[in-house]
Design a protein around this ligand. Structure first.
Ligand code: SAH
Length: 349
């Protein structure tokens, strides 16, 4: 079993820890509040916790810190991109997006990724390691604390495949939605997956109200295999069945993400096949013009093709929106900030 640091522990686990350390139980509540309400960045900020106890916690379970390495603010829309350094020197990125309905934070769930999607920058160096629950929360907490902007929405769409780190993702959800912590509403949380079928089914059984987003990107298995290696493992039929399951158990509308790549998956007939596959399901399609990355020559379709694709879906009664690009001037595309940082480090070595 994974060993958890203090910020990854539930209140009950901290209570049990206090008992083992020979401390009064009420300390647990105080500690939990410092961590998940006051959003401290280190144990030393817990001023009403005796120094000796803070030292014991450091020795017994530790505190997995998440520190700001760089931050860039978009002059266009205020989108802010953070690069965070973890205790082992690993880097992860997160984004704060400001919308009329509130602030949304996009977080990473792993250092790197092993899913290998062809268009994605985050997967190029493979997977380094899973993030701890506290390292996922730490991104959100730091952003809320340092910007003084209340975070109301959380999306797991940064680097990593959340369902490849399912247990830590699930524990993080528990802590994030806890009334004794930040208390984010389940309805304001979205988890995005490349389609790990058994985990979709597992999550369905939990009857949560979080939004499930599936990175589909193709209307056929054949085309999907060209873009996403995970398609060799699970077919679109299997994904659809798991999504039906999720809908039946939760009554939550499913989101399908579809990155439009010029000359690959953007033809009107692709939209028709897609619409046919999705029509049984209560769902919504989010079209994302692909963010070109240096390592591949994938291009965005012309505006006209993007609009036509959407119209074709709507004509077939599938709800579709085109994702507005945020923070264009601050390296918008997924995983690019972290990758460029690594490249610069290597060049200066
Ligand atoms: N592993 C998860 C979440 C991470 S990525 C998943 O696959 O869903 C979040 C979304 O961005 C996914 O839909 C992913 O396919 C998409 N994405 C990654 N790189 C992209 C790029 N260069 N352009 C457009 N979308 C991209």
């Amino acid at each position: 079993m994974e060993t958890y640091d203090i910020r990854s522990m539930t209140l009950e686990e901290i209570e049990a820890l206090m008992v083992t350390l020979g401390e009064p139980k009420f300390r647990a509540k105080q500690i939990y509040e410092w961590l998940h309400k006051k959003l401290v960045q280190s144990l030393d900020e817990m001023t009403n916790i005796p120094l000796a106890l803070r030292e014991k916690i450091k020795q017994e379970v530790g505190f997995a810190a998440v520190e700001e390495e760089t931050k860039s603010v978009s002059k266009i829309d205020g989108t802010t991109k953070f690069l965070f350094k973890l205790q082992d020197g690993s880097m992860v990125e997160s984004v704060l997006m400001k919308y009329k309905h509130g602030n949304s934070v996009c977080i990473s769930s792993q250092v790197g990724c092993r899913m290998g999607c062809r268009f994605c920058a985050s997967t190029i160096g493979g997977l380094t390691r899973n993030l701890l629950p506290s390292e996922m929360l730490g991104q959100i907490y730091y952003i809320q604390k340092s910007t003084q902007e209340r975070v109301s929405n959380v999306v797991l769409m940064g680097t990593g495949e959340p369902f490849d780190n399912y247990d830590n993702f699930f524990r993080m959800l528990h802590l994030l939605t806890n009334p004794q912590g930040l208390n984010i509403s389940q309805r304001n949380i979205t988890v995005s997956t490349c389609g790990i079928v058994p985990k979709i089914k597992e999550l369905a059984k939990e009857h949560l109200q979080i939004t499930l987003a599936i990175s589909l990107h193709s209307p056929t298995d054949e085309m999907r295999k060209e873009l996403m290696p995970i398609a060799n493992r699970y077919s679109i039929d299997e994904i659809m069945e798991a999504c039906e399951d999720y809908f039946n158990e939760t009554k939550r509308r499913i989101t399908f993400e579809y990155s439009l790549v010029a000359g690959v998956n953007d033809k009107p007939e692709h939209a028709t096949i897609l619409a046919n596959r999705l029509k049984q399901l209560n769902c919504h399609v989010n079209l994302i013009p692909v963010n070109p990355i240096e390592e591949r020559d994938f291009r965005q379709p012309e505006q006209e093709s993007i609009q036509n694709f959407r119209k074709m879906l709507e004509k077939n009664r599938i709800n579709a929106t085109i994702r507005r690009e945020m923070g264009r001037d601050i390296q918008g595309a997924c995983g690019q900030l972290r990758k460029n940082y690594q490249k610069n480090i290597q060049q200066t070595k």
